[in-house]
Design a protein around this ligand. Structure first.
Ligand SMILES: Nc1ncnc2c1ncn2[C@@H]1O[C@H](COP(=O)(O)OP(=O)(O)OP(=O)(O)O)[C@@H](O)[C@H]1O
Length: 502
């Protein structure tokens, strides 16, 4: 661990008392500290040497903290900046974060928070934020953490269209600061991928990335899930539990579908963001947390504010920097690159190489589709196409774009496919015309297919080649289908994983 004395800090404030207070606080932490009283004085010092971080008051006699910040940005300096703003002027704080400040503090400065923010800017664990005891891990059901598939988010993100280049540039820019980011875009456009990318290129990359789907947690559990609870806080609380905020300590908390958060929880979240401290349910005191918040929404949050469904003050706090991920139909020039990247991943997951390629006619067909479900829909489509074709090429016939589900085309595809069990699905559907229709055709067909694969594998003692051959499939096709549907051959049989391949 780096010694505190290896960090040098520049404190800029024109009030001698405050300057001394900050200086003493930081010296006590073991840092090297220099001070300046004006923008010009600070700039002269910065001319002579570099610092680990600059802590500046917003109002200075010859300018503002923002002026200093902009100069640092323009000169390409790497110093992290913390701006101290007057109480009740959140617009200044937002302005500072937009201009590239790492973080801000509000007057009167709470010294505990001051130490924690400086430590965070230097990439050190804040002393006050260290966990007191190791609480039990939180149940992870509504939360998806860790890598979403193989490879880093930046590597996974394909496409060089101007809008994607802009998204990448913004990711790079915001990664350096603590500023909250709101990622906006339709479902399936890649918002979570953007959030992960921000975390990965930020200094927090070695720390946890915790993803929470705000819409998936029952309202009465929200507080306990977010902030944790103490033993005995309510019936069933048999032990202390951490919440998402504690689990994300030092890292990034990704709040997906933030627009689904009920109003009661919105005010609690706002408080935590303002205070940078959480109070677990049943606890008497608050614990400081150093967490960067990235949220995402497919809703028009500004409109939600207008209708009173989303708190304006929270919107203001979360939306300091907005990254809009455009729908796929607005960046169709990215289609070939995204298809190639997705096909690579499908092949990798199935343990097959080289990855299949998209036939030019298939690409042409995709170009004419408008992808209401965006990249996620494209992924699902390609998954199925690869499982159907199983060869080196994905052709037009295997794409089954939604319109092709109607009429004869489906029957034809099933007929020309590979006989046997695959004919059962349409045959079954015809047999009982009174049977209720599935509400989700894709999920229904997947479950039929999964069932057939499992039965064939069981009948052939889990030998994929033999089971595949009995269904008229090559080993390669069998592997793709098993990977797509999450059917795994375990030591003692087959494990259908109902979540599919993700
Ligand atoms: N530019 C891209 N290149 C390759 N894959 C991508 C790209 N964008 C998104 N994906 C993939 O598409 C899928 C959907 O992306 P993601 O989950 O990030 O979208 P989302 O906007 O968060 O969706 P939702 O709103 O449904 O939560 C993921 O598997 C992701 O890896």
């Amino acid at each position: 661990m780096t010694l505190a004395s290896h960090y040098s800090l520049l404190v800029v404030d024109d009030e001698p008392d405050l300057r001394t207070l900050y200086e003493l606080t930081l010296l006590r932490e073991g840092y090297d500290v220099e001070t300046a009283a004006t923008v010009e004085d600070a700039w002269a010092r910065l001319h002579d040497r570099t610092y680990s971080a600059v802590i500046t008051d917003m109002r200075l006699p010859d300018g503002t903290g923002l002026d200093l910040l902009r100069r640092l940005e323009q000169a390409g300096r790497r110093e992290r900046t913390i701006v101290i703003t007057a109480f009740g002027s959140p617009e200044n704080a937002v302005e500072a974060l937009k201009a590239g400040a790492y973080d801000y503090l509000t007057k009167p400065v709470d010294l505990k928070q001051f130490r924690a923010v400086v430590a965070s800017a230097l990439g050190r664990q804040a002393p006050a934020a260290a966990p007191s005891a190791a609480p039990a891990p939180v149940p992870r059901t509504p939360q998806r953490s860790g890598a979403a598939g193989s490879g880093s988010a930046i590597e996974r993100m394909a496409g060089q269209s101007p809008s994607m280049q802009q998204v990448r540039a913004l990711i790079d820019k915001v990664a350096r600061s603590m500023a909250p980011v709101l990622v906006a875009g339709e479902s399936g456009t890649g918002k979570e991928l953007v959030a992960r990318a921000i975390h990965e290129v930020s200094p927090r990359q070695g720390q946890p990335f915790i993803a929470v789907n705000c819409g998936a947690i029952p309202e009465q559990l929200l507080e306990a899930e977010f902030f944790g609870y103490r033993k005995g806080a309510f019936t069933g609380a048999n032990e202390d539990r951490e919440g998402f905020f504690q689990a994300a300590r030092g890292g990034t908390l990704f709040l997906d579908e933030i627009g689904d958060l009920p109003l009661s929880m919105q005010s609690k979240l706002l408080r935590v963001i303002q205070e940078r401290a959480v109070r677990p349910v049943g606890a008497v005191s608050e614990t400081p947390v150093d967490v960067r918040i990235v949220s995402a929404t497919h809703k028009d949050l500004a409109a939600e504010v207008q209708t009173g469904r989303f708190r304006q003050d929270l919107y203001y706090r979360l939306n300091v920097i907005q990254i809009r991920v455009p729908p796929l139909r607005e960046r169709m020039e990215d289609l070939p690159a995204i298809c190639a990247r997705v096909l690579e991943r499908i092949a990798q997951d199935a343990g097959v190489w080289p990855p299949p390629r998209l036939a030019p006619e298939a690409l042409e067909q995709l170009r004419h589709y408008n992808f209401p479900g965006n990249v996620r829909e494209l992924e699902n489509l390609l998954h199925r196409a690869v499982a159907l074709s199983g060869g080196e090429w994905v052709d037009e016939g295997s794409l089954l774009l939604p319109d092709a589900y109607e009429g004869d085309t489906v029957m034809q595809d099933f007929d020309t496919g590979a006989g046997g069990a695959r004919l059962e699905a349409p045959a079954m559907a015809q047999a009982d015309t009174q049977a209720p229709l599935p509400t989700n055709l894709e999920a229904y067909l997947d479950s039929v297919e999964r069932d057939i694969l499992v039965r064939a594998l069981e009948r052939h003692r889990f030998n994929r080649t033999a089971a595949g051959a009995s269904l008229g499939l090559s080993l390669r096709q069998m592997r793709y289908r098993m990977a797509r549907l999450g059917v795994m051959v375990a030591e003692h049989g087959v494990t259908p994983d109902s979540d599919g391949s993700e």
